[in-house]
Design a protein around this ligand. Structure first.
Ligand SMILES: Cc1ncc(COP(=O)(O)O)c(C=O)c1O
Length: 424
């Protein structure tokens, strides 16, 4: 086993072998999956765990019979593993749901039950709308005042210097994202959380875009509530909520009466996608293997330690991917990158890049790439406020490429060559 301190970078070819879909070809070309921010591919471990669950243990939970007992065991284990993934210490602090958006509407509604007209909530211009719209809807329903953390002058980061003027005695919630799904910018949410706590406000952190790229540590962040979406980090379509135990216990969830007050069931309304949760456990096993092989786990050879090591190794590896991609994109004539473009600032971003191409709307660019088996997203990716603030709505928004650890700079070279054909 090699420590990350001795070996720089991951053995990406070996890791790619875990992802069957990465071998797919279209008209003889290998598909380049640069669409990770919309959802990543999954490893064999995930697919096998889902199939195994459906073949052997497919049942509802809470029954006397074997498959149901096995399902209960699966649910306990996946809560514990997810707690390890985000650095929580109590499996009951994790609740699953269909996706982050649904969970955010549910939690915001529950928080709103305690709020009074004139109370204030804070949202940002950089966030995905799933961490904005639910709070705006709540504000409308409860007569709350909405305050915004605006973009800084660079158009790529948030103006956290405004925190003092945005937060006040009546601030009840600060909803903020850890990494931008449009520009890749990482936000210093720790600073926002400290400021929020100083005025007694709760924090709701959207870690959806950060989760595939870096370790998440709710304890270090002191986050009250944090959400992510396993389908963005190599697992099936699911949403996942972390909440401080006392908070999840105190808040009044909208739920059916037999569900009771116990955690985590109180926040998991209806029947969950058990097969997806089995798949998520498979993904965690893949990440543990990665962490054990490439990360530094010596002091903490537990599931938590291995997951942390995996995400640290991925983070380290992706700095090189970011640097290499920025250098390559800078060679494309007519391409304007929106976001941090300095290769020396890769610590402040994840490898997600959005751009416009002079004289071209976003969709035809994405189509040109799709025709060459390169999958990318175009539009606003629900970073609705940002794309409006950048004045790009009228040209179809942005073209976005998102790399994760299984992507390669060879794929970026293919992208750059294909863009070159457009701009030649
Ligand atoms: C940063 C961010 N937040 C929230 C969401 C919404 O997640 P979900 O599809 O799980 O509702 C997304 C999805 O693209 C996202 O990228």
């Amino acid at each position: 086993m090699t420590s990350i301190r001795e070996q720089r970078g991951l053995d990406v070819a070996a890791l790619r072998d875990h992802f069957p879909s990465l071998t797919r070809t279209l008209d003889g070309s290998r598909v380049a999956y640069l669409d990770g921010p919309g959802g990543t591919q999954v490893p064999r471990e995930c697919i096998a765990a889902m199939a195994d669950y459906l073949e052997r243990s497919n049942a509802n939970h809470g029954g006397a019979f074997t498959a149901s007992v096995e399902t209960d065991a699966l649910l306990r284990e996946v809560h514990a593993a997810a707690a390890d993934f985000v650095g929580a210490h109590d499996p009951d602090e994790i609740a699953f749901g269909p996706n982050m958006t649904t969970l955010t509407f549910a939690v915001s509604r529950a928080i709103g039950r305690d709020l009074a007209p004139g109370d204030e909530i804070v949202v940002t211009r950089l966030d995905h709308d799933a961490n904005v719209a639910p709070w705006l809807a709540l504000a409308e329903d409860r007569g709350l005042v909405v305050r915004w953390i605006e973009l800084a002058d660079d158009g790529a980061t948030l103006n956290l210097d405004s925190l003092d003027s945005v937060l006040g005695d009546r601030t009840k919630v600060v909803a903020i994202g850890l990494a931008s799904n449009a520009l890749g910018t990482i936000t210093d949410v720790g600073r926002a959380i400290e400021a929020a706590h100083a005025v007694g406000a709760l924090t709701y952190v959207d870690a959806v875009h950060a989760a595939p790229h870096m370790p998440i540590d709710v304890a270090a962040l002191q986050a009250d509530l944090l959400v992510c979406s396993p389908y963005k980090f190599f697992a099936p379509h699911l949403g996942m909520l972390y909440g401080r135990r006392d908070l999840l216990e105190r808040l009044a969830a909208y739920r059916v009466r037999p569900a009771g007050e116990e955690l985590p069931g109180k926040w998991e309304v209806g029947t969950q996608s058990h097969e997806s949760l089995a798949g998520l456990l498979g993904t965690f096993r893949y990440l543990e293997t990665l962490g054990a092989a490439y990360g530094y786990v010596a002091g903490d050879d537990t599931r938590r330690g291995r997951l942390r090591a995996a995400m640290s190794a991925i983070r380290e590896h992706e700095r090189d991917l970011s640097r290499g991609t920025l250098e390559r994109l800078a060679t494309v004539e007519g391409l304007q990158l929106h976001g941090l473009s300095d290769p020396d600032r890769v610590d402040e971003r994840v490898p997600t890049f959005s751009f416009t191409v002079a004289g071209h709307h976003a969709r035809p660019v994405a189509q040109h790439l799709a025709d060459r088996a390169i999958s990318v997203w175009d539009g606003d990716f629900y970073a609705w406020e940002l794309v409006r603030a950048l004045g790009l709505s009228d040209i179809g928004g942005l073209v976005r490429i998102g790399l994760v650890h299984y992507n390669t700079l060879d794929e970026v070279d293919r992208l750059v060559a294909a863009l070159g054909e457009l701009t030649a």
